[in-house]
Design a protein around this ligand. Sequence first.
Ligand SMILES: C[S@@+](CC[C@H](N)C(=O)[O-])C[C@H]1O[C@@H](n2cnc3c(N)ncnc32)[C@H](O)[C@@H]1O
Length: 270
Amino acid sequence: MWDSVADAWERNADIVDAHMSSATDALLAAARIGSGDAVLDLATGPGGAGIAAAARVGESGRVVLADVAPAMVGVAARRAAGFPQVSTRVCDQLKIEAADESFDAVLCRHGLMFAEAPADAVREARRVLRPGGRYAAMTWDARAANPWLGLILDAVGEQFGVPFPPPSVLGPFALDDPARLADVLSSGGLDDVHVARVATPMHVASLEAWWDRVPELAGPLAQALAGMEDDVRAAIRSRALEHGAAAARPRDDGIEMDGSVLVASGHCAP
Ligand SMILES: C[S@@+](CC[C@H](N)C(=O)[O-])C[C@H]1O[C@@H](n2cnc3c(N)ncnc32)[C@H](O)[C@@H]1O
């Protein structure tokens, strides 16, 4: 599924990284990324969080960008070409191809919620952390706090009279509760777990540009829309634009919609 949207992620990677810029600073601060660190970025997609970490670890450190989708790893490798300290790997966050205790920090930006058993994913990340190593994950906050994405999912759900994504599919809001997220990290064996909210408003040139960008990035949504008749897709689009108009704030250079993420962190016992 994620391989099929890798092209769209490559085209939009700089925009996604700009949208996530202050939240990524919070993620790297929570993982206390510093010069010389060995860092693993799981579910790296086009590599934005890991590449930001590479700038902090410098050439004495190393960063591995890892993702289960080979096409995403290809995008990450192209984007990281100027960083000799960065390498890439195809692997699942539930079965990391790395030795025990081989990293100072593990990052995961918008990937932990896609694990069927997220505490197992954290436990696997902990395995590759050295004693005292740090883990930090970012997930989307509640759907109501993220109208830039939630309204598009709602428009699909309203079209068919059922929630989208269906409850059987792990969607972007699968780890949107701070208490549950903290429990996932603690159950995965981490100590001193903290969860913080970071505001991530989305700026975009117009409502039409919002519709053109967001659905093509959302893996399950992109697939679902591609399989629909044109008139059904058009009905969903007009419903989304109508709801979006009510949620958008005008700016000089376009519109802004609310957004919010959770940044969760913990560390291994020394
Ligand atoms: C929403 S994208 C986030 C990409 C990137 N971290 C970012 O923030 O720009 C989710 C990514 O998680 C990856 N992913 C999903 N399940 C995974 C798993 N079990 N193990 C590793 N990566 C996974 C997908 O391939 C996709 O690249």
